[in-house]
Design a protein around this ligand. Sequence first.
Ligand code: AMP
Length: 541
Amino acid sequence: MLGLMQDWPLLCTKVIDHAAENHGGREVVSRSVEGPIHRTNYRTVRTRALQLAKRLEMEGVGRGDRIATMAWNTWRHLECWYGILGVGAVYHTLNPRLFPDQIAWIMNDAQDRMVFADLTFLPILEAIAPRVPSLKRIVVLTDAAHLPQTTLDVVAYEDWLAEADEDFRWVAMDERDAAGMCYTSGTTGSPKGVVYSHRSNILHSFIAIQPDAMNLSSMSRAMPVVPLFHANGWGIAFSCPMVGATMILPGPKMDGASICELLVGERVTFSAAVPTVWLMLLQHLEKTGGALPDLGRVVIGGAACPRVVTEAFETRYGVEVVHAWGMTETSPLGTLNTAKPETGHQTGAELFDRKQKQGQVPFGVEMKVTDDENRELPRDGRTFGRLKVRGPAVSSAYHGGSGQEAFDAEGWFDTGDVAHIDANGTMQITDRAKDVIKSGGEWISTIDLENLAVGHPDVQEAAVIGVAHPKWDERPLLVVVRREGTDVSREALLEFLAGKVAKWWMPDDIAFVEEIPHTATGKIQKMALRQQFADYRLPTA
Ligand code: AMP
């Protein structure tokens, strides 16, 4: 017997239809790339997205075509997503922080047909556009008055858009059609194309808005600092309009002062970003003595959230930190660390210990850890192994079929992360599989050591890598950037760590550096660091 309910396709365009009809006047506020603050609302975003879809159709764009964007978070970028989706095409966010060679490779792999680009990124496009034969049109997200001199054949977005009206119907689509593309950062090997469907984006949004996730509603004033080009923009382009939340988009300025100005001036209640953004904001607040009167919750993920960040937000500014884990391949929300009846009473050190962990899965994500032979490991909060996930918003393959070894026949995706899970289902990442230090056959978690080291007041940033050792194969080396104007010594730091970790986890040495290399998405580039210290001789060796 079949259920007798409607087959209402889960399409992304339904989200903006719903927002325009039921929350039409709700604001979308942006810091424009040209400078001034710009204000629009969901009704107008939808009207202009219809216009954009029609204009794309005039361009010959149709179902399945890949349309790239290289843009900051602004209302125009949001319109692009919905307009592209509305003509049945696929939004493909490009990360401008990647090397130009990598961007060109990615555009060719995706066969991008057009690109919408912010003014900021014209120099990058000038360098790579001639190397992408599939690229037929470059639209600069500005008006004619702001269009600069360029060697490229470009059009200004506002003029191009004005050539169509909004008399358009979203094209008929299947919920399994591709909706968006985003490439993994490719710290090892070539980047891999993740392809979201309309269905996966909608189901991911239902997951994201829950109280135990982002807790979004029409009362929220949400500021996604995380760029739309990082891991599907954490789904916020769909989850905010889905509930009619006010959106505040920071545009190109993500320094502490600019973010603070919007948080306070626009009375932001919810925000999401990687730890580096929050470190900059907290430093700014410390310097200026500012406060965050309206901010209620921040979701922090993309890299392990340092304890100092959680402590500062919660104790000094009264902001709830939700530490989250996810990946481009998981749309991206995987786990979130929110209070549960078992943990809700916690305060002080106990609370902050808990918030070091990446949290629990919402309904819609299944998770387990296994050993190298795919045997599931106990949920004891100690035994760590390969973290595997599956669910309706988790990749089942990469574009073009590369990297197939990460997916097994039962649908489990091997994340490449190493983690343990406790009896309550709380997961903690202990490493990337390729970064974990193998000392005498036992594993040492580099992230645990890094989290401890950044707890020292004089440490700005810390990274731990394995360095060759004649007896133990590998031993940990702690690489440290000192906070400006401080002079902590090797001995003082080792003393600070002693007693906080097992003796055999203690770093064999500490190297002080001016800077630690980062990837395009702000993660520590362990591979580059390992190369830098390839010939390093530990005092214990
Ligand atoms: P990306 O697809 O670029 O967002 O990178 C995903 C990877 O970032 C994950 O596989 C993890 O290695 C890392 N990551 C994301 N969130 C966290 C977190 N909260 N703690 C530690 N690592 C994280």
